[in-house]
Design a protein around this ligand. Structure first.
Ligand SMILES: [Fe+2]
Ligand SMILES: [Fe+2]
Length: 297
């Protein structure tokens, strides 16, 4: 909490750009040409804001799996308050800049929150690992979406949000580092379980796959980013490859983890190959790029 710097979402929204929409105020309906953002960046922003929208379910998931009393309860409440401003600020930006269809976005929000989110894992440690991975993944995803948007206001807002995600990641990572000192075998098993079948929080959202495909094509988040910028640095900071004197279960978990990373790396390479061919205009034919890249994802 002492490291967090106060900031105000309303200061990052380009209000002067906004004007009334159709409906009760009789303004102008949304049209695609009102924003210069690329289709893939729009998909990235939609996926990012819808992911943030599901916060009530995340709050429930973390309190259900880990608890909500004492120091942890204090953290959970503050974390929730910080996360809440991400969807608020991002949606205000999307509305004022007319970057995406606000009617479609609202329908997707209702669908997404109606689906909710249920964590795949049961134990406390494995959920801490998930949170650490997810915060770092979200940090990278926000930062890249802003960076590649070509809009300085979008980039400023998203890099500010990414700073929140960074501190969240550091908090969970520090907890895991402390856990490594207490029981490295248990942490290794939790890490191996989480990394093996990691999915982004929005995986069950209707229309997730085509959006995720756009996000990957935009270079905002794909398996290469997941492997190189999320998993590898996080595992290094936990020193999972250096720890000695693991018990047989810990050793087995670490071996499995190495195998999982190897497979992710191979799939990342396969995706890059397809994307390269697509960029060169050679991936046409039945099914087109969507099927080909989707298969490689
Ligand atoms: Fe967030
Ligand atoms: Fe976060």
């Amino acid at each position: 909490m002492t490291r967090a710097q106060e900031w105000f979402p309303h200061q990052y929204v380009p209000w002067s750009q906004g004007y009334d929409f159709e409906g009760p105020l009789g303004g102008t309906a949304w049209e695609e040409g009102q924003s210069a953002l690329s289709p893939t960046i729009r998909s990235a922003l939609v996926l990012n804001v819808l992911t943030e929208d599901n916060l009530p379910s995340y709050h429930w998931a973390v309190s259900d799996r880990i608890g909500r009393t004492g120091a942890w309860g204090e953290w959970l409440a503050r974390w929730t308050a910080e996360e809440d401003r991400h969807s608020t600020a991002l949606r205000a930006y999307l509305h004022t800049s007319r970057a995406v269809d606000p009617v479609a976005l609202e329908r997707m929000r209702i669908a997404q929150m109606s689906t909710g989110y249920t964590p795949r894992h049961v134990g406390m440690l494995v959920n801490l690992v998930y949170l650490a991975v997810q915060e770092l993944a979200t940090r990278v995803s926000h930062r890249n979406a802003g960076r590649y948007s070509g809009d300085s206001r979008c980039e400023r807002l998203l890099s500010r949000i990414a700073q929140d995600e960074n501190l969240h990641m550091i908090f969970y990572r520090d907890l895991l580092q402390a856990a490594m000192q207490m029981d490295a075998d248990a942490v290794l098993q939790a890490v191996s379980e989480c990394v093996r079948d990691f999915q982004m929080p929005a995986e069950r959202m209707a229309g997730f796959r085509p959006l995720a495909l756009d996000v990957a094509l935009a270079g905002v988040y794909d398996l290469r980013v997941h492997h190189d910028e999320v998993l590898v640095p996080l595992l290094r900071s936990l020193a999972v490859w250096d720890v000695r004197e693991l018990n047989p279960a810990g050793e087995q978990a670490r071996d499995e983890l190495a195998g999982t990373l190897h497979r992710i790396e191979a799939r990342a390479r396969a995706f890059e190959n397809v994307k390269e061919r697509w960029s060169a205009g050679r991936a046409s034919g039945p099914g087109g790029i969507t099927d080909k890249v989707s298969a490689a994802l």
